[in-house]
Every structure is written in C-alpha cells, then in structure tokens.
Design a protein around this ligand. Structure first.
Ligand code: IMP
Length: 336
C-alpha cells in the first residue's frame, strides 16, 4: 500500500473527503498516556483549550451555546439572526467572543462589536466575491478587529483575501451535512482536497491566514484528520446540533427526543421563496454540549497518542495517510 504525504494526497487524481482517508501510525509512540497530550491552541488572539469553533447557524449557536462553549475553552460564533444580537451590540456580553454579521451590517454596528472585543465573521456562502473583500477592507480601515470570512473550496484567492484583511478563512463548499449547494449548483469538492489545496497555497505563499475546516465533520476522528491535514481549527454544525444549549425546543416524537437542525440557506431560515441551498432535519437530543466536547477531546488525544504527537503542531506535521478502498472504509465501521 502506498503511504501518502500531504503533498502526494494533494495530487491525488480524484477529490477526497474524510471517509476516503485514514491516519497511519508509523512511529513507536513516546506517549505513555493520553493525558500527556496537549490540544490547546492559539486562534485569533484567543487561547482555546481545543481547536473547535461553532458554526454561526440559527439552530446551533445562540447566546447559551456561545457562553457554554467559552466555558469549555472553545469559540462560539453567535448567529446573526439571534434575538440577543442587539444586546451583544450594545454591551460586552460575558462569555460571548464571536459574532456573525451580514454583508450589509452597518459600519457603526461593526465598530460597536469591535469596541466590545468580539471576533467577527462575515457570514456569506462565497468568500471569493468582490463585495466580501471590499467589506473586509472597509472594516479593517475603520476598526481593530479580527475577521473570519467564508467560504472557499480552493486556495487560489488566498493572497487577495489576506491582503484585504481576512484573518481566518472557512474552507469548504458543498460539504455541510444540511447543505444542498452541490446538488443545486454543481459546485464544490471533497473536504480533504479543499483543505489540502488551501493549506498548500498558504504555505507556498508564506501567508498567515488561519484555516478553518468547515462542514462535513461527523466524528472526533474527522477532527483529528482535519488537523493532521493542517487545518488550524474545525467549525462544527451537526456535531453540536441537538444539544441542550442550541436554540430551539426539545421535541418528543416516536418515543424519542429531538431538536431541529437546519441550513442557513434553508427555507425555514429564509422564509421566502428565494433560492434554497439548505435542508432542515431533526437530530436526536444529545443533552449537554459538554459531553460532545469531552468526546472530541478524548478522541483527539487518543489519535495523538497513536500518532506520537504531544501537541497539535506535531499532529499538523504528520505526513502518513492512507487512501481507503470502499471495502477498507466499510471494514472500519462497527458491525451490529
Ligand atoms: P456540518 O457541520 O456538516 O453540519 O456543516 C456545517 C456547515 O455547513 C456550516 O458551518 C456552513 O459552512 C455550511 N452550511 C450551513 N448552512 C448551509 C446551507 O443552508 N447551505 C449550504 N451550506 C450550509
């Protein structure tokens, strides 16, 4: 079997996603226990306990989720439709560190967010757009603030994004679990190939922009893969959806508890007969988000102990991947 480095994987003839690859532990690990591994990281001047940020979706990050994630050492990005957005605009809200805005959010409002020390995320579907670059430049001229924009599927525009003032870029088009963009438009490539392309362009051009692996992450193992590919942090929608802290009611149906999860471009959000690029679904109720975060932390640490990595930087430097045949992939799944 061929062992793929990131560079070889990036040249693979087809577009790849998380289920197509696997990490190969080739070294004798010096790690005695998972507890020795450190999964903290620096992200846009924040010290995160683990490399996880929440998606600014209306069924994922309301104020309660943003605060709970801060307690867990992650970053929550409050969705721009949230009823608490006005409160966040007017005063520094404890425990809230990130906020999403629209392209047409006024500069006055953005200045208030900057003064209150929030990171802002310009929440659009396509970062490769003149309006997004113009808005980023405008904001950077007017205030001192860290800016996340999204999304891109490929890295050719990375220098322009960084020059316009983008501090972190969301990578992934079409990979979100409630995303119908690829079906509706034919756009998008597999997440692994997207991340590899963007990171190789960043390294080639010696850029500083942070990379957020956004969409399609289903498990702690996918998070380990994303970081090993070189992503700085992951952005989660579905993995956090259905937890107690997400906005919305718990619903009882067919003897089970559920919560709603929907795309930002779904009919339920737009409530208009516009072009729809997102689905709406129900997720089994998961209880406290802390349980999900603990599971991610354990999985990531275990992966690092297999891979002989004490820190996330060591994990990012790993260069031993397998491309799985479909049967190898199926073999990896637990059997009933
Ligand atoms: P998930 O973690 O796989 O559920 O993906 C979450 C990501 O899907 C978000 O962070 C967005 O990048 C993307 N996304 C959210 N809503 C939509 C939508 O309506 N259409 C397309 N992509 C979406």
């Amino acid at each position: 079997m061929k062992i793929y480095s990131k560079s070889l994987l990036n040249q693979y003839s087809q577009s790849l996603t998380y289920d197509d690859i696997s990490l190969i532990p080739t070294e004798i690990s010096r790690i005695k226990s998972r507890a020795e591994t450190k999964i903290n990281c620096e992200f846009l001047d924040l010290n995160l306990s683990l490399p996880v940020i929440s998606s600014p979706m209306d069924t994922v990050t309301g104020i309660e989720m943003a605060k709970a994630l801060t307690v867990q050492g992650c970053l929550g990005i409050l969705n721009r439709f949230d009823s608490s957005l006005n409160e966040v605009l007017t005063k520094k809200t404890d425990g809230v560190k990130g906020v999403s805005i629209a392209l047409n959010t006024s500069l006055d409002d953005i200045k208030k967010l900057a003064e209150n020390g929030y990171i802002i995320c310009i929440d659009t579907a396509n970062a490769n757009n003149k309006e997004v670059l113009k808005k980023t430049e405008e904001i950077k001229k007017a205030c001192d603030v860290k800016i996340i924009v999204g999304n891109i599927a490929q890295g050719d525009s990375l220098s322009q994004l960084e020059i316009s003032g983008v501090d972190a870029i969301r990578v992934g088009i079409g990979g979100g679990s409630v995303c119908t963009t690829s079906i509706q438009t034919g756009i998008g490539i597999g997440q692994v190939s997207s991340i590899l392309d963007v990171i190789s362009k960043r390294d080639e051009k010696k850029l500083k922009i942070k990379i957020i692996a956004d969409g399609g992450i289903k498990s702690p193992g996918d998070i380990a893969k994303a970081i090993a590919l070189g992503a700085d942090v992951v952005m989660l929608g579905r993995m956090l959806a259905g937890t107690r802290e997400t906005p919305g009611e718990v619903i009882k149906y067919a003897d089970q508890l559920w919560k709603k999860y929907r795309g930002s471009a779904s009919f339920g959000v737009k409530m208009r007969n516009e072009f729809i690029e997102g689905e709406e679904t129900m997720i089994p109720y998961k209880g406290a988000v802390k349980n999900v975060i603990d599971g991610i932390s354990d999985g990531l640490k275990s992966s690092m102990s297999y891979m002989n990595c004490l820190s996330l930087d060591e994990l990012k430097s790993k260069d031993t991947f397998a491309v799985l045949s479909n049967s190898s992939y199926l073999e990896r799944l637990p059997k009933k």
